[in-house]
Ligand binder design. Structure first.
Ligand code: IMP
Length: 503
């Protein structure tokens, strides 16, 4: 006989927070949004924290290496999508790990015989205006010179002329020898009033470039998420089919966190995969999921021994899992049920399991409620798909700028297997995700700045200085349909919605 959970499935927008006493210390500048990612024992620290409680969904239309770099620079973590070949995913991880340390491996390199037109083509693709010139045009060959967009006039010079005629040749370039520290390199840039410092090995081969701009970026992004070697931290999604080949390649590339990516994670497949990884790579953090119920949480934590658990089935903005398969649970109910079980587990065993609320966060208020309900951090797809750094092209529709956004369960995403592994029989019979567009809203930094300001303002209202304290202090009320309407504007002509537009 089927059992029915009496409590109705509820969503975040059905709740409001009731303010608690705000003390004089409760000011934005004193608030920490740091969140643990790996399980830890009472009295100990998690082996991995993120500095802001945001991670990206492991999706083709969200999480490439540019996104991973942009988010880690703000203190969050991206999960590079796994619906691509193992080599391609490992290369993305590699790119993120190489990005930092201030020593940049250039991806815009020239040969002396390249033309100025080649330079413009590369600039259009990469956006870089400083390009090293090496003997064979690769990033680590013999250094010959450097070209910046100050060295030629695009509309005056003959674009068929070779780079060698315009570049600053090596004998006139100020460079440093490999082995120098980042601090020393920055001091040299400052002393010699340079924008870029090439680093060469003893044979004169290019090792890296150090930019003044990166130093400024670093100083402007104090929350940057770095590993012990000062490289950006990066995650990757994995599946339960090819993990024995995929995980070694990702670990080799330097991945810090792996997350089993499945709409329903309550499976022996996840247990087998997680235990296999745990045995071979004890230092890599592993996430499991998704789950919406207590028994599934216990299974992943006790049997599969994952580090963190992702909560949410069917709430994603592009998700049609609930209507296609009839599985899922309102995200607020799912999160509260699992968070309660997590706290019970902590009481019983002294081990804390971080929770990630995944999917269906369609505005900043919902993110706030998710954190209040016990999520340590949130995973978002649509939110990041709308930013400049998502890996999709901008398109103009009806005079507004959009980017494509599609679910990992859509045929568009699943099509990659056709070319790599052969599509599974069931893989293409029905879709679990849709294929659409979202408006472009700005850079990752710009949107996060607003969201973070709101979260911190609410935490002040709630008398909390940390995310954990916020959840512990949270007092929530359910709202009726009428109070929902009351919460909007009423009987006022809204300039946003109603005012006639000037023409
Ligand atoms: P969003 O932040 O509401 O856009 O939801 C993103 C989340 O939706 C992801 O992290 C996944 O958990 C989930 N998701 C991604 N692709 C699909 C799909 O095709 N069907 C169902 N859920 C999906």
């Amino acid at each position: 006989m089927a059992k029915i959970i009496e409590e109705v499935s509820r969503t975040f927008s059905e709740y409001l927070l009731i303010p608690r006493l705000t003390g004089t210390k409760h000011q934005s500048k004193n608030i920490s949004l740091r969140a643990p990612v790996a399980r830890f024992k009472k009295g100990e620290e998690s082996s991995l924290f993120i500095n802001i409680p945001f991670v990206t969904a492991s999706m083709q239309s969200v999480s490439g290496s540019d996104m991973a770099v942009a988010l880690a620079r703000q203190g969050g973590l991206a999960f590079i999508f796994c619906s691509q070949s193992i080599e391609a995913q490992a290369a993305m991880v590699d790119k993120v790990k190489l990005h930092k340390a201030g020593f940049v491996q250039s991806d815009s390199n020239l040969r002396p015989d390249n033309t100025l037109q080649d330079v413009l083509d590369i600039r259009k693709k990469t956006g870089h205006s400083t390009m090293p010139v090496t003997n064979d045009g690769s990033k680590n060959d013999l250094f010959v010179g450097i070209l910046t967009d100050k060295d030629f006039w695009e509309f005056e010079d003959d674009l068929n002329r070779p780079v060698s005629e315009f570049m600053t040749a090596k004998e006139n370039v100020f460079f440093a020898e490999a082995g120098i520290s980042l601090h020393e390199a920055n001091q040299l840039l400052r002393k010699h009033k340079k924008e870029c410092l090439p680093i060469l090995d003893s044979d004169g081969r290019l090792q890296a470039l150090v930019f003044k701009r990166d130093y400024y970026d670093h100083m402007n992004n104090p929350a940057e998420l770095l590993d012990s070697h000062k490289r950006l931290v990066v995650g990757a999604g994995i599946n339960t089919h090819d993990y024995k080949e995929r995980v070694p390649a990702l670990v080799e590339a330097g991945v810090d966190v792996l997350c089993l990516d499945a709409s329903d994670g309550y499976s022996e497949f996840q247990k087998e995969a997680a235990l296999w990884i745990r045995e071979r790579y004890p230092n890599v953090v592993i996430g499991g999921g998704n789950v919406v119920h207590t028994d599934a949480f216990r299974y992943l934590v006790e049997e599969a021994q994952v580090d963190f658990v992702k909560v949410g089935i069917g709430g994603g903005s592009i998700c049609i899992t609930r209507e296609q398969k009839g599985i899922g649970r309102g995200q607020a109910s799912a999160l509260m049920a699992v968070a309660e079980e997590r706290d019970r587990y902590y009481e019983e065993t002294g081990t804390y399991i971080p929770l990630c609320s995944d999917g269906g966060l369609s505005n900043d208020t919902q993110i706030i409620i998710a954190l209040a309900m016990g999520a340590d951090f949130v995973m978002m797809g649509r939110y990041f798909a709308m930013t400049n750094e998502s890996p999709t092209p901008r398109v103009s529709i009806g005079g507004r700028i959009y980017k494509p956004y599609w679910g990992e369960g859509s045929n568009r995403a699943k099509n990659w297997q056709r070319y790599n592994q052969g599509a599974s029989e069931t893989g293409f019979k029905f879709e679990e995700g849709i294929d659409g567009y979202v408006p472009v809203v700005g850079s990752v930094k710009e949107v996060l700045d607003v969201t973070i300001s709101k979260i911190k303002a609410t935490m002040c209202n709630m008398g909390s200085l940390t995310v954990k304290e916020f959840a512990d202090n949270a007092l929530l009320t359910r709202i009726s349909e009428q109070s929902f309407i009351e919460g909007g504007t009423s009987n006022v002509l809204s300039l946003d919605k109603d005012a006639p537009r000037e023409v």
